[in-house]
Design a protein around this ligand. Structure first.
Ligand code: ADP
Ligand code: MG
Length: 602
């Protein structure tokens, strides 16, 4: 057999259904595409007019969307530049030959690029996702007869002259049986509002304009007042609480990015809501799933970002990670950090007042983004139990004077629950130690991050076992117990604690007779497992603790001198249970018995 070479031919008959079915994930976007085309046609006409290439009246350029339930049509009408019959053949009949692209090439003027939406040359065909037949009736701004094109979604079309006299284009969709839901006005209005709320040309539906063509993000910041930003926030989130502050993004090099990001009040038990930032491309709504464009911690922000440079796939419904996205990412991160820095420098008091919200956000950023830590390190605040705030540098200076272990390392103390750890906090205060409050969900991760960034610096919870040993400044006094008495006390308590350790200390008489401390690492494991919401590996770790017995407390003296073994045992048992109780470690049967015993003594 003779070798034969050839080219595989693609039968266009087959390609249509593929476009219709698979190109777009969501059939409602037909409206976005057709309205975008109408906007493009209008913007192009304005452009030509400004260049002096069109000297007719622009007139009212409103785009109208209407439904005819009886004839089962949806019509999108614009008064843009229109098309001649030749242009229809060129731009419509040749799929994927985008007129928008050609127009841009012809009028290569960077500043205007952002005004044209189309770029793939396929949007028009999304009409066939809902229409069994599409009609175009159009008259060009140029002196040429109006044209009518009609096509039923096969590759056969018909083109003829029309008697239309008005400049502009009507796209008439003859809705298919399986898509009649789109003939519902409420449905159509909802889709229009979703995608077209901020389109740059007025869109009229049911005799009312559905969009705001000049949203704040397209205006220069110098022209805007706080009220404008707040009003826009309400427009985006009618039920939202007022935001704390905002950042107006405005970049045109090396990529184009505009937008306004709002800083919401974040609740302590915040639910991560990642669908608050809306992504637009040239004022066309694309998605509210911005996870590929905005770093995770920044998704706590609200607002809008608009960039024609975010690479969208043909359906524009999902994004592709590329260099621009990364650059946009780090730009936003930088902007946010700069804004926070500015607030901190300009009005520290106000910054501190907002720290409850800002702090959660900053901590999240610091934990999840190395670069953000570098930008944020000067305004990360630590709050102590007396509501005083310190930057990390300030706090290091404070510890330098008073809280160092014997190796010279700085030791910060923290409380995770001011009320529950009250006894330990006041114990620390007696020693003139400072106690930071770390009581939100991110804090255990945050502490680890801070420790990993700063040399010779660590945190211990205020009830950690190393408390006395690590910090070279205690209030220990002479023990009032003799060595024999100490032994007796130790043995009594040892029977109660099992494998845990009994530690007899000579503390001031007004401190607790018995308290429980825990190794810091164990505490963190417990905290971490709570954050991760799993009892699994960490939760099943046996809890070990030290029982610190204050040998100088009168009650301990009483135990030491008690001859009756029964009395000694029940007294120490009661004290041990009290210590467990104050740590939330007494439960079940032990707790019930403790209550019964206590009631019995009343
Ligand atoms: P794109 O918008 O990406 O260029 P489309 O398939 O949406 O691709 O549209 C193809 C071309 O058809 C457009 O570029 C434009 O030249 C022309 N066109 C579509 N709709 C209109 C309209 N309403 N008025 C004028 N020209 C239009
Ligand atoms: Mg288009």
């Amino acid at each position: 057999m003779v070798t034969e070479k050839g080219t595989i031919s693609i039968n266009t008959e087959n390609i249509f259904p593929i476009i219709k079915k698979f190109l777009y994930s969501d059939n409602e976007i037909f409206l976005r595409e057709l309205v975008s085309n109408a906007v493009d046609a209008t913007q192009k006409l304005k452009k030509l007019s400004s260049l002096g290439q069109f000297d007719g009246e622009l007139g009212d350029l409103k785009i109208k969307v209407s439904v005819d339930k009886e004839n089962k049509t949806i019509t999108i009408s614009d008064k843009g530049l229109g098309m001649t019959a030749d242009e229809i053949k060129k731009y419509i009949n040749q799929i994927a030959f985008s007129g928008a692209k050609e127009f841009l090439e012809k009028y290569k003027d960077e500043s205007d690029k952002t005004q044209i939406i189309g770029q793939f040359g396929l949007g028009f065909y999304s009409a066939y996702m809902v229409a069994k037949e599409v009609e175009i009736i159009t008259k060009s701004y140029q002196d040429a007869p109006a044209a009518r094109w009609i096509c039923d979604g096969s590759t056969a079309f018909e083109i003829s002259e029309s008697d239309r006299t008005e400049r502009g284009t009507d796209i008439i969709l003859h809705i298919a049986e399986d898509s009649e839901e789109f003939l519902e006005e409420s449905k159509l209005e909802q889709i229009l509002e979703k995608y077209g709320k901020f389109l740059p040309v007025e869109i009229e539906f049911n005799e009312k304009v559905i969009n705001n063509p000049n949203p704040v993000w397209v205006k220069p910041p110098s022209e805007l007042t706080d009220e404008d930003y707040l009003a826009f926030y309400k427009e985006l989130y009618p039920y939202g609480e007022d935001p704390l502050f905002w950042i107006h993004l405005n970049v045109d090099y090396p990529f184009n990015l505009t937008g306004v990001l709002y800083f919401p009040k974040i609740k302590k038990d915040f639910q991560l809501n990642r669908e608050k930032i809306q992504l637009y491309s040239r004022q066309v709504f694309i998605t509210d799933d911005v996870k590929d464009v905005v770093p995770e911690f920044l998704q706590l922000l609200h607002g809008v970002i608009d960039s024609p440079d975010i690479p969208l796939n043909v359906s524009r419904s999902y994004l592709q990670a590329d260099g621009n996205v990364k650059r946009i990412n780090s730009h936003i991160t930088k902007k946010v950090a700069d804004k926070l820095h500015e607030l901190f420098n300009n009005d520290r008091k106000a910054f501190e007042d907002k720290w409850e919200s800002i702090g959660l956000f900053v901590k999240y950023g610091v934990i999840s983004d190395e670069k953000f830590y570098d930008r944020a390190k000067d305004f990360i605040l630590l709050k102590n139990v007396d509501d005083q705030y310190f930057t990390i540098e300030e706090y290091k200076t404070k510890l330098e004077a008073n809280q160092k272990d014997k190796d010279g390392n700085l030791v910060g103390l923290y409380a995770s629950d001011k009320a529950k750890q009250d006894a330990y906090i006041s114990g620390a205060k007696k020693r003139e130690f400072d106690v930071i409050i770390f009581d939100d969900v991110l804090d255990s991760h945050f502490i680890n991050t801070i420790e990993s960034k700063i040399e010779k610096f660590s945190f211990k919870r205020v009830d950690a076992d190393t408390f006395e040993k690590l910090i070279d400044k205690g209030l220990k006094s002479e023990s009032v117990l003799s060595e024999d008495e100490k032994k007796k006390v130790e043995e009594t308590f040892k029977e109660l604690v099992g494998t845990n350790i009994v530690q007899i200390e000579a503390l001031p008489t007004d401190e607790l007779p018995v308290s429980i401390v825990m190794p810091e690492f164990m505490r963190r494991w417990q905290d971490m497992s709570k954050v991760n919401g799993q009892a699994g590996m960490f939760g099943s770790m046996p809890v070990t603790y030290n029982l610190v017995v204050n040998g100088n407390h009168p009650l301990i003296g009483k135990i030491a001198n008690e001859e009756n073994e029964e009395v000694r045992k029940s007294l120490s048992k009661q004290l041990h249970d009290l210590a467990l109780l104050s740590q939330g470690m007494l439960s079940g049967n032990d707790l019930t018995r403790f209550i019964e015993r206590t009631v019995g003594t009343l």
